[in-house]
Design a protein around this ligand. Structure first.
Ligand SMILES: Cc1ncc(COP(=O)(O)O)c(C=O)c1O
Length: 402
């Protein structure tokens, strides 16, 4: 490997929520003596970002003026090149790209453009916790259409249920997650087509969160929802960011792609009203450094590293953790463990299992706020040795396999 995905970086004291919130955030217990903490919860990575991010920011920092600025053409060009090379997007123009202060901020602006507080919004469940918080905080009512696991354990959409719920609740805006957090599904073309048919038949605008688009594993490919057909191009508001891909969440800096000028004008009208939705100069340089040829190589390597972690963890868990089932993620670096059988066998709640792991330093996360009744979410974006260590600890101390 050209880049370093094996060094264990000490993030303590460097403002990282993943490690500095331990013992301070509810539900995140500090480990007992003798165990160090392994961060496996909030969705960021324990890898150094691609060096071109730091060099691009450092180079600009060396110049001593930081006054009002304009977004460089390279910023837009980097996004157009990235989307073309990574996602086979053709014909993306600068005018279709717009800065967003976070993907969730973009979701809320888009909701405000096409719905009124009190309106129902269709979202699949299990659901990313950030959707629940931001959609409800903005005053909307979430209607869930549950994903269901098929006979092979693969999470699938239920198109009939989506259609019924949309009609019943007079829904005209849906939030879609592609790839899906927390199940790790990388939706296939046929699935996207069927979902789009339901949205089209019901006059639904779709806000497609594609923040995980670069984190696809084991040869899976991301398909932008907008690229599925001409109707989708005009129906879908897509949100992207380099933050998940390159571990840049602390720098803030997401963007939308909206082809249809009416949708675009409405979203921009809403997002501009707060006067907060402005790019930070350093985050602009971070994106340019990330969306570079080095960044592409780095992401290729990252995908291999994460695939190896996921494959190892999946096999280990299926072999050793009695009462835990799991659908192997195709994208993201999250496992969504179903611990129902363990809970039943131990007359316990998922919270008990969670605590038992946290005691020995495994900082996994409660899956219940993600609408997984007996679930635990586990972040695998760590050097392989740390993933191994966490699983060994769980095996020995929690599942009591010697
Ligand atoms: C699906 C999804 N959307 C959005 C976000 C957060 O994006 P942002 O920090 O840009 O608001 C996350 C973070 O985990 C996520 O998983």
């Amino acid at each position: 490997m050209k880049y370093d995905f094996t060094s264990v970086i000490d993030r303590r004291g460097k403002d990282a929520m993943a490690v500095d919130a331990v013992g301070k955030f509810p539900g995140l217990m500090a480990p007992e003596d003798g165990f160090d903490f392994i961060p496996m919860w909030v969705a960021d990575m324990n890898f150094a970002t691609v060096p071109t991010v730091q060099s691009a920011v450092a180079e600009r920092l060396a110049h001593p003026t930081f006054g009002y600025f304009i977004t460089r053409n390279e910023y837009y060009q980097a996004i157009m090149d990235w989307q073309e090379k990574r996602n086979a997007v053709k014909g993306l123009r600068k005018e279709c790209i717009g800065y967003e202060n976070g993907v969730l901020g973009g979701v809320v602006s888009a909701l405000n453009a096409f719905a009124t507080p009190g309106d129902a919004i269709l979202v699949h469940s299990p659901t990313y916790i950030g959707f629940t918080g931001s959609i409800q905080n903005a005053g909307y009512k979430i209607v869930h259409s549950p994903l269901k696991q098929d006979e092979d354990g693969v999470w699938r959409m239920n198109y009939e249920d989506m259609d019924v719920k949309i009609k019943k609740n007079k829904i005209h805006v849906a939030v879609f997650c592609n790839p899906h957090n927390p199940t790790g599904r990388v939706w296939e073309k046929e699935e996207l087509e069927k979902a789009l048919e339901v949205y089209r038949n019901n006059d639904c605008i779709v806000i497609s969160d594609e923040i995980w688009s670069d984190i696809v594993l084991n040869g899976h490919h991301h398909i932008p929802l907008q690229s599925v057909n001409e109707d989708a191009r005009n129906r879908v508001i897509a949100l992207y960011a380099p933050s998940k891909t390159f571990n840049l969440a602390g720098l803030i800096g997401s963007y939308h792609i909206i082809y249809n000028s009416y949708l675009r004008d409405r979203v921009r009208a809403c997002s501009s009203k707060s006067h907060y939705n402005s790019i930070n100069m350093l985050s602009m340089y971070a994106l340019i450094g990330a969306y570079s040829s080095e960044g592409m190589e780095w992401v290729d390597e990252l995908q291999d590293v994460l695939s190896e972690n996921v494959n190892y963890a999946y096999d280990f868990i299926m072999k050793n953790f009695d009462g835990v089932t799991l659908s192997k993620p195709e994208g993201t670096y999250m496992l969504f463990l179903d611990c129902r059988k363990w809970c039943e066998a131990h007359h316990a709640e998922v919270g008990d299992l969670l605590k038992a792991g946290q005691k020995v330093g495994v900082g996994w996360q409660d899956g219940r706020p993600f609408h997984g009744e007996h679930s635990i979410r586990m972040n695998l974006a760590l050097p392989f040795t740390r993933v191994q260590e966490a699983l060994e600890r769980l095996n020995k101390h929690v599942f009591q396999n010697t």
